[in-house]
Design a protein around this ligand. Structure first.
Ligand SMILES: *Cc1c(COP(=O)(O)O)cnc(C)c1O
Length: 403
């Protein structure tokens, strides 16, 4: 059975609304956002949808993270605590601003950072915390918020995978000082590539705007280029698609929640699986359905089970990103690129172990990756798709069940 894929029309909520908006932009002939109207409208609409004061659209989720970091005004060697289980686009911007990403371990069950793991990485040089709500499940936020408050540290929420997810009934992206979302092909809503950064603080909102616009002071009495920044603008064409996507977002979220609930329902009695879901205070909005596999019950664990699922035609990613981010090549020899060498040269960590982060200190991340199978689901799954995926999982588990 062919399953709907977020890589094409089958698994995306794209239709005549997007086509009509796009056609109108092309007919107007203004394809950039500085002279257009679509991106402004999307920014206002998105801020309203989120329930925050300001939103600034940009070229990608990575750009959104980058501009959030730019508002912090880092000094060389400053540290930002983040997670080793995330998209690289959320990490390299720290280095480009002269900062050092300092990795907090994660809860092996959710692969999210916790207050304890973040606290363990605090130093005098910590300037911010980036919290990623992985797969669409909010991190356990109360203690993290309390920790940030106690140490007077801003939180940047990476909500690329967690549109509309809530903590105690309030949307993620509204708790931190800043938040970043991605509009890349595989996210809840998409413009192919794109992103949006949000904040409730008007001064930071102005800095976000500048960071997307080469820091040129549009509208100021004596404009200048105030700080180093790139052209990170979303185009008018992408803005048009975004405006057609945004009204569909709540429905996309509701449908993903229904798909996940049905899948859970059909798998609850399968021994050896640890199924994801809402937690006491958090609602999950299902970028992916990431479940744990108990290798004591299912022979070969996540890798074997994922392999069997794939052989049966159900795409999935055992071990998700395969390795913690600090094991990627760019974090091995920090002298190889000025982007890594520069911040390190300004940090006492230069005299410490090299590479600065190693697997032995991250038992949660290692165990979490070992046990996880990331199953793509999307809003276009029908009951038949769900039943098919559930039966493939059930049969694959059956074939591997230890006696
Ligand atoms: C997708 C993603 C990003 C980066 O977004 P791009 O649009 O691909 O640059 C950042 N963080 C997380 C958690 C993501 O899932």
């Amino acid at each position: 059975m062919q399953l709907p894929s977020d890589g094409d029309q089958s698994g995306r909520t794209l239709g005549p609304e997007e086509v009509a908006r796009l056609a109108a932009v092309i007919e107007r002939g203004t394809l950039n956002s500085t002279r257009g109207v679509e991106v402004d409208e999307f920014e206002r609409g998105f801020a309203d949808w989120l329930g925050t004061g300001h939103a600034v659209a940009c070229a990608s989720g990575s750009a959104a993270v980058h501009v959030c970091i730019q508002t912090l005004g880092l000094r060389a060697g400053d540290e930002i605590i983040t997670t080793p289980i995330t998209d690289m686009g959320a990490l390299t911007p720290i280095l480009y601003e002269g900062g050092i990403p300092v990795f907090a371990d994660v809860d092996p069950k959710t692969l999210n950072v916790t207050a304890e793991t973040v606290a363990a990485q605090l130093t005098a040089r910590t300037k911010a915390i980036i919290v990623t709500h992985l797969f669409g499940l909010p991190c356990e936020f109360d203690a993290i918020l309390a920790l940030a408050k106690e140490h007077d540290l801003p939180i940047i929420e990476d909500c690329a995978q967690a549109y509309g997810a809530t903590w105690r009934g309030q949307k993620v992206g509204t708790f931190g000082t800043l938040a970043a979302f991605s509009l890349q092909q595989g996210k809840h809503i998409t413009t192919g590539e794109g992103g949006i950064a949000t904040t409730n603080d008007p001064i930071l909102a102005r800095r976000l705007f500048l960071a997307v616009n080469k820091a040129w002071g549009y509208g100021d009495a004596k404009p200048d280029h105030y700080f180093p920044a790139l052209n990170y603008r979303l185009s008018e064409l992408q803005g048009a698609v975004a405006n057609a996507q945004l009204p569909k977002l709540n429905d996309v979220i509701a449908k993903r929640r229904a798909v996940a609930a049905a899948l859970r329902e059909q798998l609850t009695d399968v021994a050896g699986l640890d199924l994801p879901g809402d937690t006491e205070h958090a609602t999950h909005t299902w970028w992916k359905f990431a479940f744990g596999v108990d290798a004591d019950v299912i022979d070969g664990g996540a890798v074997e089970l994922g392999g069997r699922m794939r052989a049966a035609g159900v795409a999935c990613a055992p071990r998700y990103v395969q390795k913690p981010a600090f094991e990627c090549e760019l974090f091995q020899d920090w002298s190889k690129s000025s982007v890594t060498a520069m911040p390190l040269a300004h940090s006492p960590r230069r005299d410490g172990p090299m590479p600065p982060f190693s697997r032995a200190d991250y038992p949660g991340a290692v165990a979490g990756l070992e046990r996880v199978v990331v199953l793509p689901i999307n809003e276009r799954y029908t009951d038949a798709h769900i039943a098919h995926v559930a039966s493939v999982i059930r049969e694959s588990v059956g074939a591997l069940a230890r006696a």
